[in-house]
Design a protein around this ligand. Structure first.
Ligand SMILES: [Zn+2]
Length: 489
């Protein structure tokens, strides 16, 4: 009989500094998939689940996708929400036991009210249920904050190696190949975790540029070592006040933990020796707008403090206000404001009217009033077929209004928070990205995969918010110590 492998995932990146908790409705509006719907959504997606499906199918084994729950990054997952999701996962797993293996798909930076190490908690529960003899192999986001509990509960983890995450499919494939190797008796993975006493500033986490480029090149070289199955560098997610926040390394060996540790220590030494380069410099709003003058247009302005993919609200207006005050640049911005969508919905295309927009300014929520013309209303659905950060195919931003200012600047207002990971967000509303001087994207690195084909230059802007780039501005109570740049290791 062919081997049967369950696939299970609760996938959330939780920002413990964000005000609003993430609840069940956020998962329902994201992806709450079970059984055949998982295959339907991801089989042809540039997503880790797609890579896993491909490998297991090809090996002639029986993949049983059980549950995959995912919500847009946001605040801490409420206790009730996590209890519901985890109970559902365990109940559905029970229906198909016994299995020969389990593939797990966490993000790696999930935090719930009850369990700061949410991913460690649910993966341990699976281990306890299936027992020590059943292989558990998983994928991880490169922004995972990895705990010993996570690593001790599974046989092997493989993380994305690219940021923006355009290699999610390849990551799922690599994880599933380890699973197949175990079930066929060809490998005996033993993994080790090195929690580096350092956290990398978010804007320095672009894997195509230095300082990460050389770090990943070294890891690729070390991956060729006989006996090493996989090297994962988890750059870490700074916006979580948890013990495991920071950069870590997972080295998977073929039954040789000493070798794994040796490779891990080599990489850790490299990171610590080069630690000054992982801090970076930050450009404030005024400097960034000045920099636009000399750049080829359109310029991508990355609104780092309102990084939706890092859990921010998606309604920061600091850049918008500065561009309005400057008045020389034709801009595009997308703001999450369901009330403004509602207000604009009462008008017809080409109508001109005063539209109130509520957004987060430097000192908190603020009302703005703009004279705008309605360009169009949309149902908010769009699709993405290219490999893009997040690996999603079907996007939904809720009812959406697109309005223009007298100089041709365009403001898109959405009813749901949607990270800017696809140009489809604009093109589905007949907006030409190349018609602007600047495009504001609420992110740090992830949007680059979508916008690089149309933006001639990129500026990361140090805006305020719950994803502000300078992590030393946050108060952490639970992080490990010492941790550079807070302390010298
Ligand atoms: Zn990530």
């Amino acid at each position: 009989m062919s081997k049967r492998i369950a696939l299970l995932g609760i996938y959330h990146e939780s920002n413990t500094f964000a005000e609003n908790p993430t609840t069940l409705i956020n998962f329902q509006k994201g992806h709450s998939l079970t059984w055949a719907d998982i295959r339907k959504e991801y089989q042809h997606a540039h997503h880790e689940v797609g890579g896993m499906i491909e490998v297991i199918d090809r090996a002639g084994m029986d993949l049983v996708p059980v549950v995959f729950s995912e919500a847009t990054p946001g605040g801490i997952v409420s206790a009730q929400t996590y209890a519901t999701l985890q109970a559902q996962m365990m109940d559905l797993l029970e229906e198909i036991l016994p299995v020969d293996g389990v593939l797990v798909v966490p993000h790696g930076a999930g935090v719930s009210e009850d369990f700061p190490d949410m991913d460690g908690h649910w993966i341990r529960a699976i281990r306890d249920r299936v027992g020590p003899g059943i292989p558990i192999v998983g994928s991880l986001d490169l922004h995972a904050n990895v705990s010993p509990l996570m690593v001790n509960s599974a046989d092997a983890f493989v993380s994305y190696k690219k940021n923006p995450h355009i290699d999610q499919w390849q990551t799922g494939k690599a994880a599933a190949e380890i699973m197949v190797g175990m079930l066929e008796g060809n490998v005996q993975p033993k993994q080790i975790l090195v929690q580096v006493p350092l956290a990398i500033s978010i804007e320095q986490q672009f894997t195509s540029n230095e300082p990460c480029k050389s770090l990943y090149a070294l890891a690729a070289e070390l991956s060729e070592t006989e006996g090493i199955l996989s090297i994962s560098i988890l750059l870490g997610f700074p916006y979580a006040d948890v013990a495991e926040m920071g950069t870590s390394l997972i080295i998977v060996s073929n039954n040789d933990p000493d070798l794994a540790l040796q490779v891990g220590k080599r990489l850790e030494t490299y990171i610590l020796d080069n630690r000054a380069s992982f801090v970076g410099t930050k450009n404030d709003i005024a400097t960034s707008i000045q920099m636009v003058a000399d750049r080829e247009k359109p310029v991508l302005l990355l609104d780092m403090g309102d990084n939706i993919g890092g859990g921010s609200p998606g309604n920061n207006i600091c850049l918008l206000e500065s561009l309005e005050a400057d008045a020389t640049l034709k801009y595009f911005v997308c703001i999450y404001d369901p009330a403004a969508v509602q207000a604009a919905s009462g008008y017809q295309p080409a109508d001109t009217f005063d539209l109130p927009i509520k957004g987060t300014g430097k000192d908190g929520l603020k009302d703005l009033l703009f004279t705008v013309s309605l360009l169009r209303l949309s149902d908010g659905h769009f699709t993405e077929d290219n490999p893009r950060h997040g690996g999603q195919v079907n996007y939904y931003m809720g009812k959406t209004a697109v309005v223009s200012r007298s100089n041709g600047s365009v403001i898109m207002l959405t009813s749901l928070r949607v990270p800017p990971f696809s140009l489809g967000q604009l093109t589905s509303c007949q907006i030409d990205p190349q018609s602007f001087d600047v495009i504001i994207a609420k992110g740090v690195i992830a949007p680059i995969a979508a916008y690089e084909p149309v933006c001639r230059s990129i500026i990361q802007v140090n805006t305020p918010g719950v994803t502000q780039a300078d992590m030393t501005m946050f108060t952490y109570k639970n992080r490990r110590k010492p941790l550079f740049p807070f302390e010298d290791p």
